[in-house]
Ligand binder design. Sequence first.
Ligand code: ADE
Ligand code: ZN
Ligand code: ZN
Length: 305
Amino acid sequence: MRFTTLIPLLSLTPAVYSWGELGHRTVAYLASKHFTRDASELVNTLLANDQGWDISDGAIWADAIRHRNGYTHTGEWHYIDALDDPPNYCNVTYTRDCKSGPGCIVDAIANFTSRINNPHLDLVQQKEALMFIIHFIGDIHQPLHTEHLSRGGNGIKVCFDAHCGERENLHGVWDRAIPHKRRALSAAESDKVILKAAAAAWAEELYLREEKRAAQCDDVETAQMCALEWASEANAWVCGFVLEKGQAWLEGNDLGGEYFEGAGPIVDELVGKAGLRLGNWLNALAAERAAAETMLVQDGERSEV
Ligand code: ADE
Ligand code: ZN
Ligand code: ZN
């Protein structure tokens, strides 16, 4: 009896784990604008399915499977809980913050980077590795995915445009409410076609606006170091803006006004960086894969002679 009343209640609770669909789809579309031919081919080959998927559908898969049997352990891979002290002091340290055992987003990025081209894995395993990478390189750019305080702000109740209370929290505001308002979508918009179109338009704007900056860290051989660097950069925003005014201020003011205005350009910058970095990352992995395939062909030809 207890369970039958609990289940419908639980299913009403929004899953707040990541940039929402809009952010992840935008990162994926932006990345694909940077793809080399090899990277497009790699993504098309591994993500190919019969349901008309595009890369942005692959980007949200990690959230879709988070509660499925056999995947519940993946929840911890979406973030690193930096044990810092915002707004006074922010930083991320691998040994302090990445829980050994369950792991964290930094070692998940390192692990799945090495799995994408691992010849001992089958295509389904490589495909999952690719979908995790596309998702996690997005998540690691969300400042609250690099912060332990109140489970990355999930426990900080706030108001956004007069929506207050149980279901609105600081984490969700950064995952969804701010990106949606920035892109003129209603907070509750969940229609896939509308979200895809909004993501494509946002990616196009970010791409056109992008100063041709370096991606900063694009060596897939040093994946853990790069992921830690990206996490540290996002985490700096926790002190620099997200929690700068302190928890009491955030709990006492509607975040849909001045706070939203300040957050918008930061979200643009972080989503933009995530897209560029993901694009370069997959270009590097595709080049590595193409080189390995060429070697295999040459070896085959040599042994035929
Ligand atoms: N759960 C615990 N900490 C979290 C974080 N920083 N981000 C998302 N979910 C979390
Ligand atoms: Zn996530
Ligand atoms: Zn999140």
